[in-house]
Design a protein around this ligand. Structure first.
Ligand code: ZN
Length: 209
C-alpha cells in the first residue's frame, strides 16, 4: 500500500499502475506519440485514487480558494472528481454529453453564486472541462478553478513554470491545480520517428488497453 510521502512521485505511481504506457500510439488527434496516459488505470485502486485526490485537495486548500462543489465532465472526470469532492468534503455533480452537447441532468441543481471547481482526470486542451464550466455558469454557478490529476503540458498549472500553449482552452487568469505535468512529444504521422523505424502505431483501447 502507498504512503502519503510517496505521492511526491506521481509519474512513478502512474508507471506502477500501468497508467503510463510506452510504445507507439495513435492519439485521438491523429498524431503519434511514444507515450500514452490511461488515467483510469491509476484510479483502479481506490486507495491510490484517495491519496492522489487528497494531495490535490491539499494544494487547493493551501491556495485559500473557497469551493462549494465539484463538477466533472463524464466519463473521464468522474472518479477523480468524486475523490476530490470527498477529500474537500463538498458536493459532487457531473455534466454529460447528450447528442454531443454537454449538459447537467439527473436532478443536479446549481445554486446561484455557488463556487465550483471543474475536475478532470487529465487536462489536455481542457475542451470538455470548459464545456462543463459553461453549463455550470449558465445555471448561475461561479467557476473558481480547474483541477486534474495530470496535466498534459498544454495548460499551465499552479506551481509549475511551464507556459500556457496556444491550444489550451482555459482562460489565462483561471487557476489549474494538477499533481504533475506529463509533457510528451507528439508527431505528425508523416514525420513520426517511430514510423520511420518501421513500427506501426496503434490506438490504445484497440488491443484491450
Ligand atoms: Zn508513428
Amino acid at each position: 500500500m502507498m504512503k502519503q510521502s510517496e505521492i511526491n512521485n506521481v509519474e512513478q505511481i502512474y508507471k506502477d499502475s500501468s497508467a503510463l504506457l510506452e510504445g507507439h500510439f495513435k492519439l485521438s488527434s491523429g498524431n503519434h506519440s511514444q507515450f500514452y496516459l490511461q488515467s483510469a488505470k491509476v484510479l483502479e485502486d481506490p486507495k491510490t485514487a484517495k491519496l492522489l485526490a487528497e494531495e490535490l485537495a491539499k494544494q487547493i486548500k493551501e491556495s485559500g480558494i473557497q469551493v462549494d462543489a465539484i463538477c466533472s465532465p463524464a466519463l473521464g472526470g468522474l472518479i477523480a472528481g468524486f475523490a476530490l469532492a470527498t477529500a474537500l468534503d463538498v458536493r459532487f455533480i457531473f455534466a454529460e454529453r447528450v447528442d454531443g452537447v454537454m449538459s447537467i441532468r439527473r436532478g443536479f441543481e446549481v445554486q446561484e453564486g455557488e463556487k465550483y471547481i471543474i475536475c478532470e482526470d487529465i487536462i489536455t486542451t481542457a475542451g470538455s472541462a470548459l464545456e462543463a464550466a459553461k453549463q455550470v455558469e449558465k445555471d448561475g454557478g461561479e467557476i473558481v478553478a480547474f483541477a486534474a490529476l495530470a496535466n498534459r503540458g498544454f495548460c499551465s498549472r499552479v506551481g509549475s513554470n511551464s507556459e500556457q500553449k496556444e491550444n489550451c482552452k482555459l482562460p489565462k487568469d483561471m487557476p489549474l491545480f494538477a499533481l504533475d505535468d506529463f509533457t510528451f512529444e507528439m508527431y505528425d504521422p508523416d514525420n513520426c520517428p517511430l514510423c520511420k523505424d518501421g513500427s506501426i502505431a496503434y490506438k490504445p483501447g484497440s488491443r484491450g488497453n
